[in-house]
Design a protein around this ligand. Structure first.
Ligand SMILES: [Zn+2]
Length: 237
């Protein structure tokens, strides 16, 4: 079979596929107008914004800054149980819908530009290599790539490593989370000269207690980083 006819066969099957399985919004299940989207504009617009004036934003920023290793917080949404953001992040982390990470990143990147955020590099909070193997990708890295596309700040995944295979944070108490996080990260020893005197943005999908970002920022500071901004697609209570 020629290359051209194979291509037209593929587009025929794609048309058939979208007839049998029309592209539906992952959250409200309505038919999507733009085939490339995974979530409809109404659903995106319905996600509660984490405005800088909101108590959740202020409390989270205060916690991060109080650690002495994070200078500032940038975040977009509020994680609400059963809400649209939960559906987005669930599909991103557990259903392999990687485009959602890039889309969240592009949205977050716009607020980087609006807030005049400058840094030498964006570092996604690393996954342990075992978890990376299980999932196949790091959702925080996808978000970082989207932010980078808009902000033009490069992404570096080779500077910080996850040392320990940490337990799922959601089942732990606050104190256990802190213990779990201690010594979870390290700056790659051959990269310390690239960290010294530099400013970084650390990105995670959701910031809850801030302990992950703080633990990660602490190792960057210990290697001589002069500034660390904490950023996430959403904040959770
Ligand atoms: Zn929708």
């Amino acid at each position: 079979m020629s290359f051209a006819s194979r291509g037209s066969l593929r587009s025929f099957f794609n048309a058939l596929l979208s007839f049998v399985y029309p592209p539906l919004c992952l959250s409200c299940q309505r038919l999507l107008e733009h085939g490339g989207d995974r979530v409809c504009p109404d659903c995106w617009n319905s996600i509660r914004a984490a405005t800088r004036e909101s108590p959740l934003f202020a409390e989270t920023a205060e916690k991060l800054v109080a650690s002495g290793v994070v200078d500032e917080l940038v975040s977009l949404y509020v994680f609400e149980k059963e809400g649209v953001f939960q559906a987005v992040v669930h599909n991103l982390k557990y259903a392999g819908v990687q485009e959602l990470g890039l889309e969240l990143g592009r949205r977050l990147g716009k607020s980087f530009v609006e807030n005049g955020i400058c840094a030498n590099a964006i570092i996604p909070v690393p996954l342990h290599r075992r978890k990376l193997r299980e999932r196949g990708y790091n959702q925080a890295e996808l978000i970082a790539r989207g932010v980078s596309e808009v902000s033009k700040i490069p992404v570096r995944c080779d500077l910080v490593r996850r040392r320990k295979y940490t337990k799922t944070q959601t089942v732990l108490t606050l104190e256990e989370r802190r213990e779990n996080m201690e010594q979870a990260f390290e700056v790659a020893s051959i990269r310390t000269s690239e960290v010294r005197d530099k400013k970084f943005v650390l990105i995670d999908d959701v910031i809850t207690t801030g302990s992950t970002i703080i633990a990660c920022a602490a190792v960057l500071r210990a290697s001589g980083a002069v500034g660390v901004i904490g950023a996430s697609a959403a904040l959770a209570e």
